[in-house]
Each structure stands twice: as C-alpha cells, then as structure tokens.
Design a protein around this ligand. Structure first.
Ligand code: FVH
Length: 292
C-alpha cells in the first residue's frame, strides 16, 4: 500500500542500532512506517519522528503487507513472529544468520502463506541512509518480491540481489565478513610488530591502509584462476618463493616478541600446498585445501 505521495508503507520489527537507523531512513524518505520493539522505550523517539508504534508484534505485522524484520538473531525472529499471522505478507528478514537458517526461514514463511526475501546488511548503522557511504544490502529469495519492493528497499542502502536460493545472501554476507576478519587479523599482527618499537601507529596506519588497498585487486586473479582451473595463470609471486620467505615472518615475530598464532595457520596451508608439488602456483590452491 502507498500513501498519497506514492511511498510504500511498511512495518519494521526490531529497533536496535540497525533497526533504528533503518527506521529513520524510511521515515526521512516519507514512507509511512509502523514499528514494534520488545523494549518499547526504543520506539519513543521514532514516534516523535512520525512512526506509528504498534502494541505488539502481531499488530505490527497486520498493519502492512510489507514487513521488515531486523532482530538480533534467528531465535529472536522465531520468538517475535510466533503469534503473528503472516498470510499474504511480504516478509523481508534482515537479521544476520547462517544460510541454513535463511533457507529454513524461507520454508517456514512459505508454510505460513508469506513470500520471503532474506537480506545481509553490508553496512554499519551510520552508513544507513547515507548513499555516499557505500553501504548495501545483499538480498536472496523471491526475485519477484525483490523487484516489487526494490525502490523501498533501496532507501536505507544500496541493493544487490544474489539469487533465488534464500541462503545466498547469508552465504555472501558471511564470506565477505570472513574476508574482513582475515584482513583485521593481518592488521592486528602488523600493529603488534610495530608496537614493539617506538613507532607511532598513526604514522604506520596510512602505509598499512594503502598496502591493503593495493593488494585487494589480487582477488580478481584468484577468481579467474578458480574459474579456469589454471592456478599458474598470471602468477608474479609463486608459492615456492613465498614459502621460502615464511621463516622471515616467523623469525621476525619471535625476535620482536610477537605471537605467531594468527600467521601460522595460513603459512601451514601454504606449505601443505607446496608439498603437493604446486610451487609454480600463487596462493589460489589454499582455497582447495579449505574445501572439505
Ligand atoms: N550493528 C551492526 O553494525 C551490524 C551491521 C551488519 C548487520 N548487523 C545485524 O543486524 C541485526 C540487528 O543488529 P542491531 O545492530 O540492531 O543489534 P542490537 O542493537 O543488538 O539490537 C537487537 C534487536 O533485537 C531485539 N531482540 C533481541 N532479542 C530479542 C528477543 N528475544 N525478542 C524480541 N526482540 C529481541 C532487540 O530488542 P530490545 O533488546 O531492544 O528489546 C533489538 O531490537 C543483527 O542480526 C546483526 O547481526 C548489525
């Protein structure tokens, strides 16, 4: 349903840090918004900004065909939607979870007569409603539902549809965040190394950021090699050379009094791959060692 200015009205369940940011973005864009939160006090400021506050989750779901959920985890989604009539609703679940949880939730929604779209938010709350911040939400599940609500869903952040399989948004989300944690792990080790000397971390940080940005495009070579199956394609720094350099990293850490616990697992995989006779490859073969 749309208001006089053509803006789709919707319901949002969950007003934590992310839910509140989402709510503000839709209100600012003129979307009639019904909200509900377990702790009612969190809805007060939004009511003053124009949101309708429902008495309970079931009433909030009944208020609009489009229902967006942004709760802590899958268990809280179960709890909140337990008493709601979802028949005929378009349910968009922006709660983080596993691909298996998303697939089960899609089936659960279908059994209750609802259409389902799962979302993985690639943004932190301050990026919501700020297009230039570059945040986006990964969506998977019903393409028809995505297209129908695309405009409304694009209000808080960019939208990226990744497939009919409801689990894909969660899979992409976890994959991207896993890469982020790997980067943070490497950065933690780097800061630990310079922390052992009188080096200003704020002077080191720009060098680190620039280096990570310069190395990031290497993922395109990895992707190309995974697709072609030729892991030697375009390799500039082969595995034999890189493994020969491993003692330098481990010895430097030991000499500086820094734990090698973050680096060792990756180096172990590189050595295993080399032992399989893959010295002319780059690092892509590590991917195959991880897939059980
Ligand atoms: N904030 C972030 O940086 C990340 C960015 C990427 C996406 N995540 C995911 O978004 C989901 C919500 O995150 P959030 O930041 O809003 O989380 P909180 O501020 O902790 O708010 C949690 C809301 O969930 C409600 N809630 C929790 N348990 C229950 C329950 N059993 N029954 C009903 N509601 C529940 C909680 O209510 P209350 O504590 O205010 O009563 C909040 O509304 C999340 O999946 C992130 O992984 C955010």
């Amino acid at each position: 349903t749309r208001n006089t200015t053509g803006k789709t009205s919707l319901t949002l369940l969950g007003l934590g840090a992310m839910g509140t940011a989402l709510a503000r973005a839709w209100l600012a864009a003129g979307h009639p918004l019904t909200v509900w939160n377990r702790t009612p006090a969190r809805a007060a400021a939004l009511a003053a900004e124009g949101a309708r506050v429902a008495d309970d989750a079931a009433a909030a779901v009944a208020a609009n065909p489009l229902v967006v959920v942004c709760l802590l985890d899958d268990a809280s989604v179960d709890e909140v939607l337990a008493g709601a009539d979802l028949a005929g609703r378009d349910l968009v679940n922006l709660t983080s979870g596993t691909p298996a949880q998303a697939r089960a939730r899609a089936e659960w929604a279908r059994e209750r007569g609802a259409r389902y779209l799962d979302g993985g938010i690639m943004a932190v709350p301050p990026m919501i409603g700020v297009p230039e911040a570059g945040g986006h939400v990964l969506y998977s599940g019903s393409r028809e539902l995505f297209e129908r609500h695309r405009e409304t869903l694009a209000v808080p952040a960019g939208t990226t549809y990744v497939g009919e399989d409801a689990g894909f948004a969660a899979l992409y989300d976890v994959a991207l965040l896993s890469a982020m944690y790997g980067m943070f792990a490497g950065a933690a080790h780097a800061f630990a190394l310079i922390r052992t000397e009188d080096i200003d971390p704020t002077a080191f940080a720009p060098l680190l950021a620039d280096w990570l940005v310069a190395m990031a495009p290497a993922v395109h070579q990895t992707a190309g090699q995974l697709r072609s199956g030729d892991y030697t394609e375009g390799v500039a720094s082969d595995l034999a050379m890189q493994v020969a350099g491993v003692p330098t990293f481990l010895d430097t850490a030991e000499q500086q009094g820094v734990s090698t616990e973050l680096l060792r697992p990756y180096f172990e995989l590189m050595r295993r791959r080399l032992a399989e006779g893959s010295g002319a490859e780059g690092l892509t073969g590590v991917v195959d060692l991880l897939v059980r």
